[in-house]
Design a protein around this ligand. Sequence first.
Ligand SMILES: Nc1nc2c(c(=O)[nH]1)N[C@H]1C(S)=C(S)[C@@H](COP(=O)(O)OP(=O)(O)OC[C@H]3O[C@@H](n4cnc5c(=O)[nH]c(N)nc54)[C@H](O)[C@@H]3O)O[C@H]1N2
Ligand SMILES: Nc1nc2c(c(=O)[nH]1)N[C@H]1C(S)=C(S)[C@@H](COP(=O)(O)OP(=O)(O)OC[C@H]3O[C@@H](n4cnc5c(=O)[nH]c(N)nc54)[C@H](O)[C@@H]3O)O[C@H]1N2
Ligand SMILES: [Mo]
Length: 811
Amino acid sequence: MTNHWVDIKNADLVLIMGGNAAEAHPCGFKWVIEAKHHNKARLIVVDPRFTRSAAMSDYYAPIRAGSDIAFLGGVINYLLSNDKIQHEYVRHYTNAPFIVGEGYKFDDGIFSGYDETKRAYSNASWAYEMDEKGFAKVDMTMQHPRCVLQVMKQHYARYTPEMVSQITGTPKDKFVEVCRQIAETSAPGKVMTVMYALGWTQHSQGSQIIRTGALMQLLLGNIGLPGGGMNALRGHSNIQGLTDLGLLSTSLTGYMSLAKDSEQDLPTYYKSRATQPLRPNQMSFWQNYPKFFVSQQKAWWGKAATKDNDWAFHYLPKWDKGYDVLQAFELMHQGKVNGYICQGFNPVGSFPNKQKIVESLSKLKFLAIIDPLNTETAEFWKNFGEHNDVKSEDIQTVVFRFPSTCFAEEDGSLTNSGRWLQWHWKGAEPPGEAKGDAEIIAEIFLRMRAMYQKDGGAYPDPIVNLTWPYKIQNSPSAEELAMEFNGKALSDVTDPKDPTKVLAKAGEQLSGFGLLRDDGSTSSGCWIYAGAWTQAGNQMARRDNSDPWGIGQTLNWAWAWPANRRVLYNAASCDPTGKPWNARRRLISWSGDKWGGSDVPDIRPDANPNDEDAVRPFIMTGEGVARLFAPSGMVDGPLPEHYEPFESPLDNNPLHPTNPKAKNNPAGRVFKGDFAQFGKPDKFPYVATSYRLTEHFHYWTKNVRTSAIIQPQQFVEIGEELAKEKGIANGDQVKVSSNRGFIKAVAVVTKRVASLDVGGKRVHTVGLPNHWGFVGVAKPGYLVNTLTPFVGDANTQTPEFKSFTVNIEKA
Ligand SMILES: Nc1nc2c(c(=O)[nH]1)N[C@H]1C(S)=C(S)[C@@H](COP(=O)(O)OP(=O)(O)OC[C@H]3O[C@@H](n4cnc5c(=O)[nH]c(N)nc54)[C@H](O)[C@@H]3O)O[C@H]1N2
Ligand SMILES: Nc1nc2c(c(=O)[nH]1)N[C@H]1C(S)=C(S)[C@@H](COP(=O)(O)OP(=O)(O)OC[C@H]3O[C@@H](n4cnc5c(=O)[nH]c(N)nc54)[C@H](O)[C@@H]3O)O[C@H]1N2
Ligand SMILES: [Mo]
């Protein structure tokens, strides 16, 4: 989230699209209701289904799953062609005036720089035109034919209401009404918030869908303002913490990244990361990358990370390809993986193409499961009839099970969607033999280290030199880990302007990332968490909910990264002279000599907005402003473009009907063997999408009798029109099949799932709730991921769980 849960109450308009907060985030959804009560806010929901969120909305529009870029691109076209943009914001806070180089082209659905054999782009031709001083050229009148605003106008002119309706199936009048309501928030004092989750992320173009939403919000001037922003509703209670701490395969902590194969030394590694300003005076905050990186290395390897060994840069692996879950299982499927440690994960239930997952696990020598519950993954080798039709005697994988605690049986912090780190305390002792996750991992590590110490090996250094400073060696405590993430001074840290001034004494916890150094004098396990556990103690345990400004800014409740700042880019909540766009909802403002207000300023506190070449609010970018056009950072194009899902009911992409190469995302992640497993519209004509129910949490709650009772049986949802066509009545058993397998369930025939006119076809949707499987006390069912395709988003590799094709028949 750029903003936070409580801040949603400040919105004038709430758009829930690509998520179903009333169902999947019912506690957070209360802030939408607060906005309605206290702010007369309106709620718009755009979803293939009339959801529980839609039931609370003021306006609902249906959409075909997998077509959100067409819808949002159409909104952008509406805003640009009806002059409904927030002009001053767009001019000063986005790259709309920046001039794109002459090499940039977009031709029949393909951007310049595409290499078909690699299914990948080179972004060299997407760069800005530069001046002789090495800064990007701008035209503040935004008239230059190659300035970003004009390039965007041209790009989205194709997204007319007719075209949008033809692709999305949203009736034209409904689409235009949504545009009209959204456009009202281009007025400088009005804000819209966008709440999204998996309905946007789980597509082969998920990152670009989210970017299209962000472009819309930037044109409206809705980012950085209270009640505004792009708000990703996170899933598991600590999934935000997982990404913050760098647990994705190519990540390091605090959104730093592992070196690629082509970056074999430290200067090359820093080059594309410690980016320099693209405009005069901009903060370009990633310039500080070496301070964060060296401090992380000191936290991990202590004295073994020295200037002479490039701060143990070579202890880290360099990657040839990402090792996300799709890649990991692809390699396993090819027989290239011996063992898999599966901690808090149930891939047989949750990853796409269950059959491929089970085949992959069957090729392992060993599988280690760390989980408080029994799972489908732990039992993948057992035959459960049609629910898991395997030959146990052919599977040789050894399965180890380590019973772990769950979060309620541990102390620790959880980071919520709003980036708040909230400390929690153990509620109960774990049962039986269960051990905490840290203890299980520590035991594995200590045994491995002893083996490397004894036997050596090709390169034991990263393991034998790892810092392990915990009081109880085989059980690091949550407090110790939290203090390590925050970081401390290893020797006295002094003021660069006055070296006699000591800012932190050796051994002290640091007060924030501003004190981190690249000379080895500081350590910090996760730079964005610096400030969470200072000399003053555990900031995450704070529980003072006073709200002095009355807009939900409780700065003494828990602690938010970065620097306890609650709304990112909050300097954009003011006009270019430093006055709030809306005086009634003030986050920060410029007092004449400094920034201050109800939030921690997200800008240098003394940066005068009235200076020539003033520091602009998007301090992380080299531009100082937000990127409408992305010269770098996205692998599949500088501007979002609609492509069909890899399994689509349409024969072509209506935007590029004669270019088959532009039907699907040209850079979408597909492995060779999986292309063959895609279904064709003649056999699998219906759009399928999978989703959650409030009454269950993934596959865990089928271990709970009460949850099993309130949702007693697996079902699928279809519209009345499709039911009639197929002769299916409410309550009938049906078989839903894709090119990868089938499931059986009870049909719920409902008005809530619409049939839509798409590109001259009538398109029906089959809705698949996720939560059934073959382990637990609930009535056994089929895993929905038996049906889903093995294909991932081009940027994040998130699987395309939300739009694929199936057939349905009476069982
Ligand atoms: N009770 C409960 N709560 C949960 C969970 C749970 O299992 N149970 N899981 C948690 C987790 S891990 C997560 S990640 C979150 C997920 O939270 P959400 O993303 O809100 O949950 P979903 O139900 O998967 O999907 C949301 C909606 O997206 C819609 N949708 C599908 N395809 C499209 C599309 O192409 N476009 C648009 N606009 N909408 C589409 C679906 O119809 C659905 O209503 O929920 C969390 N909360
Ligand atoms: N078709 C389809 N597939 C999907 C999705 C979808 O919408 N549609 N959604 C996707 C999403 S968003 C997600 S997040 C994934 C979820 O995928 P998974 O994370 O694989 O699913 P969960 O069932 O939540 O599995 C988590 C496991 O962690 C265990 N656990 C709980 N607490 C602890 C703990 O403290 N320590 C340990 N070690 N284990 C613990 C639980 O018992 C459970 O078995 O599924 C994805 N798969
Ligand atoms: Mo999730």
